[in-house]
Design a binder for this molecule. Sequence first.
Ligand SMILES: [Zn+2]
Length: 402
Amino acid sequence: MHLAAVGQRPVECPVMTKTLIKNIGEFFTGDLAAPEALVSSLLISDGLISELDPPVGTSCDRELDANGLAVLPGLVDGHVHPVLGEWTPVQDTIGWIGSYLHGGTTTMVSAGELHTPGLDYDNLTPDLVTALAEVNCLTTGNERWSGVKLHAGCVLLVPGMTEAHFDRIAEVGSILAKFIFFPLEENCDEAKKYTEWCRARGMRTKVHTGGVSRSGSSQICGFKTLSWLQPDIAAHVAGGPIPMGDDDLDRVIDETDFFLEVCSSGNYRSTIRAVSRIQKLGHLHRLTIGTDTPGGTGIIPRGMLRNILLLSSVCELTPAETIAIASGNTARAHGLDVGVLRVGAVADLIIAGPVKGSAGSTLEDAIAHGDLPGISFILVDGEVVVDTRSEQTPPPSKVAYF
Ligand SMILES: [Zn+2]
């Protein structure tokens, strides 16, 4: 076993050079343009997918028999709120990242370390938010907790920042800046300047939308603000937890072209409305998913899988499309090179199938029925981080094996 228990970091093991995964029953690419493919085996070399369906007899160091199960990309949770390593003070829990890994999440993007104890939202200064992002990038973001790729250090933008602040944040590797406490309507020009400064440094911007968050200090944001701000990603457009009004939501979908995020923290009715409208417009490429946890919504280890089930069984997207949105699309929205399974891509993947008793005979069929799939193996950079069965899902009706 490579992972002793949920919450513990994987035991260091020597990198295997070549791993062959064979007897793949279903293959999901993570690419919305072609989300499924007929692939029955793949070769991983030095953490990357080096071949799909390599010739019989291709040499390798180990063979992982998928036993007819599905292979899909590791899921990308585009909206998490870490604080310090695997500890979250909002639910006073340790080990949450390892639990999420066992729910299929292999990459996470911080939407701000705003639960840091003692942080006074009403007295944030440019130096404080910059320092907080730096510390988070260089501490929590500097480790692979339980094997998960966590992009921490999302800066909580406030008025009065200079380009030098953005230099500091970019230098430590932050990928995202967040408008949540920033009074946007009172500081339009400054906000637009921040967006430019982020883009010039390869960083994306995300904005809190809808009503006031658990913090009590976030700014209300709907179509009017989003239309001039033009962020890279509008966070939780269906609520996190309170959504913007229906008219605003429809206009954001119809009249803008940036990424639209839906989260587990949202309003179910607005989520169904938003996703159905995005689909009918043919704009699924703009849809990105996250849990917006840990937070008041709780800790949801299977949250990304549950998002996939909601979108596939209630919002009428196909399971393959939804898997692609929860992996490749969400990675692309945040500028990350994960979430797709193709030659040359990083080998972050899940081997999973239907659970015994499920209405579904395959993973795709189970998801279409809204049934949670069972995870057998998870690999990150070609290394096993979940071995034989997940500690957070029921086991699939059969498991993969070496
Ligand atoms: Zn959030």
